[in-house]
Design a protein around this ligand. Structure first.
Ligand code: PEP
Ligand code: MG
Length: 315
């Protein structure tokens, strides 16, 4: 099978120098499994579990969750599957986890904060995941959303390990977690950067608000600088650093992200072919050079232009 450009066969994501950059799928339900497999996804980099329960009025049972996770893990035998603990709040409120009366829900009791306030819901979710994993040979990784402090990492990883999750990590999508990545990652097995929220919080622009949507651009050098910080910390600590926000689906930005230290990329299955084709055209050294160009710009537009100009010069 060939991807859209016809010159890169469906297979593992690779740079021109052979470096393996796994290309993973973002999924919000088990319905997307087939498309992800067809696109050649090497596993799942973000399974958004809150999407399963958006209409639920009470917390889902362990049995109801187990049924979903079991289907998911069976869809990817022998592959890595990264499941995110319920990320409730702001753009995706869950009635059983969130208080609808907050004035600034994006800055409120959301993500891991909401789970800590209702610990049994998280315990049930982790229990369902452990049970589903025990019957498959998928490689289950579980991560916490909206982590902002090292203490939160420690709390989540300890609880996940206690319940039987072997690989527990965190999402980096709050600037504080990126700035102190060397400390926030210490107890985590891995990091996955959520560029949608990281951009929202870095530029202080609500990702749902049309009037400020021009700020929601992950090419912004302020966002890239934070990603570089996480890449550096991950490399120093020997921990994988994935990207699971929309940024990974932009082929040229995907190359820049690899240059900043991303070790895997997760995206909607429809984007995998184009990203695979673009990665195949650049070496790691070139990706790093392009990343340096983007970091040195003073705007998102400037970063895009600098990278395109550098490419035009070399080709
Ligand atoms: C992100 O914030 O980039 C992310 C991947 O999570 P979500 O879009 O679900 O908030
Ligand atoms: Mg997010």
């Amino acid at each position: 099978a060939q991807d859209k450009r016809g010159d890169v066969p469906i297979g593992p994501g690779r740079l021109a120098d052979g470096t393996h950059i796994p290309l993973l799928a973002n999924l919000g339900s088990v319905d997307g499994i087939e498309k992800a497999v067809e696109a050649g996804a090497e596993g799942v980099g973000l399974f958004r579990t809150e999407f399963l329960f958006l209409d639920a009025t009470s917390a889902p049972s362990v049995a109801a969750q187990y049924a979903q996770y079991s289907k998911l893990l069976r869809g990817f035998p022998g592959k890595k599957v990264v499941v995110r603990a319920l990320d409730a709040g702001a753009d995706k409120p869950l009635s059983f986890l969130n208080d609808a009366k907050e004035e600034n829900p994006a800055l409120g009791l959301r993500g891991l904060r909401a789970l800590r306030a209702t610990e049994q819901i998280l315990r049930d979710q982790l229990t369902a995941l452990v049970r589903a994993e025990s019957e498959t040979d998928a490689d289950l990784w579980v991560m916490a959303p909206m982590v902002s402090t090292a203490e939160e990492t420690t709390w989540f990883v300890n609880l996940a390990n206690e319940i039987g999750i072997k690989t527990a990590g965190i999402m980096v999508e709050v600037p504080s977690a990126a700035i102190l990545a060397d400390r926030v990652l210490r107890d985590a097995a891995f990091a996955s950067i959520g560029t949608n929220d990281l951009t929202q919080y870095t530029l202080a622009a609500d990702r749902l608000l049309g009037t400020v949507s021009s700020f929601q651009d992950p090419w912004h050098p302020a966002v890239l600088t934070l990603i570089a910080e996480v890449g550096r910390a991950g490399a120093a600590l020997g921990k994988p650093v994935g990207i699971c926000g929309e940024a990974a689906a932009d082929p040229l930005l995907a190359v820049v992200l690899v240059g900043l230290g991303a070790t895997s990329l997760s995206m909607s299955p429809s984007a995998i072919g184009d990203v695979r084709a673009e990665l195949a055209q650049h070496t790691r050294e070139e990706a790093q050079r392009l990343a340096a160009e983007a970091l040195g710009a003073d705007s998102a537009k400037g970063a895009r232009e600098a990278v395109r100009a550098a490419l035009a010069l070399h080709n």
